[in-house]
Design a binder for this molecule. Structure first.
Ligand code: 8YV
Length: 317
């Protein structure tokens, strides 16, 4: 045990930004430590890469004062169990909205304009296939098209701001209607099924909850236009993967852009990986140097505040 340093369990590997900030502040112990015998010397838990954390594991470290998460989404942590045990949980909202919305737009544009397919042709195609041909490599227009944002929270709002600059007609579906900001942001509310049936692009920006798990299944995909593109920057489990694979294979919809998948990562040889009309990123919505630095700072501040028994700068419960 390091002299006087609070003992914290974390999943790894941690980013260099986080490691640097934690250096000399805590004694880090591996995640596996949570599965051993009850350990009363542990003061905190730091979650980095979405490890599952429930009440049973929390009970193995009965003296923890805080759980701090590197990220805004906390669907991997049982908040109900933490609350029942009086453990504060910190996360990093706000600092990653811009980067995540940028990634949503990256995926929207890459899928609509077939950028990844084009890159493959440019690198590996024959002279003939590389020449721009009439009727080949036609994508779908982005400017002036309609976008439906599902989940108008912080990230959804940033997506709307980007869409406005592309002259898109923007509508949204949200658990609670946001009449307070509709006019100033330039968005209109539509019930979910109407949004799905009328939009050229549908972007998922909701947190993963019981209500949003498999929100988009076969019925919803069937409602979408054959020319429409689905973008998921939320969590993989918001979409039924088998239904999406079928929808893309049978061209119920035009394309998809995914930063998140279920399972994540997709196993090698998964049918989705064989399709040209889907662009897949490995959950890198917040992965910019600047944003990850801010996430590291806020999550470490949350951890250290909790360990000191102080109020967390960003506490979810
Ligand atoms: C990850 C995210 O948390 O904030 C979120 O909800 O999904 C991401 O930012 C991060 O990549 C894990 O360290």
């Amino acid at each position: 045990m390091l002299q006087n340093l609070p003992r914290v369990i974390s999943d790894g590997p941690l980013s260099p930004a986080v490691s640097m900030l934690l250096k000399g502040q805590v004694e880090l112990l591996p995640w596996e430590q949570l599965f051993g015998n009850k350990d009363e010397t542990i003061s905190g838990i730091y979650t980095f890469g979405h490890p599952l954390l429930d009440g049973k594991l929390m009970d193995n470290v009965p003296n923890i004062k805080v759980i701090s998460n590197h990220g805004v989404g906390v669907d991997h942590i049982s908040l109900m169990d933490a609350k029942a045990r009086g453990i504060p949980v910190g996360n990093t909202p706000g600092v990653l909205d811009g980067a995540t919305a940028d990634m949503g737009f990256c995926l929207l544009m890459a899928a609509a304009r077939r950028l990844v397919e084009g890159d493959r042709i440019a690198r590996f195609g024959t002279d003939q296939s590389i020449k721009p041909r009439t009727g080949a490599f036609l994508g779908r227009e982005i400017h002036g098209a309609s976008l439906g944002i599902i989940g108008l929270g912080r990230i959804g709002l940033q997506v709307a701001r980007r869409a406005a600059a592309f002259d898109m007609q923007i509508c949204y579906f949200n658990r609670k209607r946001r009449t307070d900001i509709e006019a100033s942001i330039g968005v209109s509310y539509k019930p979910l099924h109407e949004l799905l049936a009328t939009c050229d692009y549908v972007m998922l920006c909701v947190p993963l909850t019981d209500e949003t798990t498999r929100l988009i299944g076969a019925d919803e995909l069937r409602l979408m236009r054959p020319t429409a593109t689905l973008i998921n920057i939320a969590r993989g489990a918001v979409v039924d993967t088998d239904a999406l694979t079928l929808a893309l294979t049978e061209n119920w919809i035009y394309a998809a852009g995914l930063d998140v998948t279920d399972p994540e990562p997709l196993p090698k040889g998964h049918p989705l990986l064989k399709l040209d009309n889907v662009v897949i990123a490995p959950h890198i919505g917040s992965a910019t140097v600047q944003t990850r630095q801010k996430m590291a700072e806020l999550s470490v501040q949350n951890l250290l505040a909790g360990l000191a028994g102080a109020e967390l700068p960003s506490r979810i419960i």
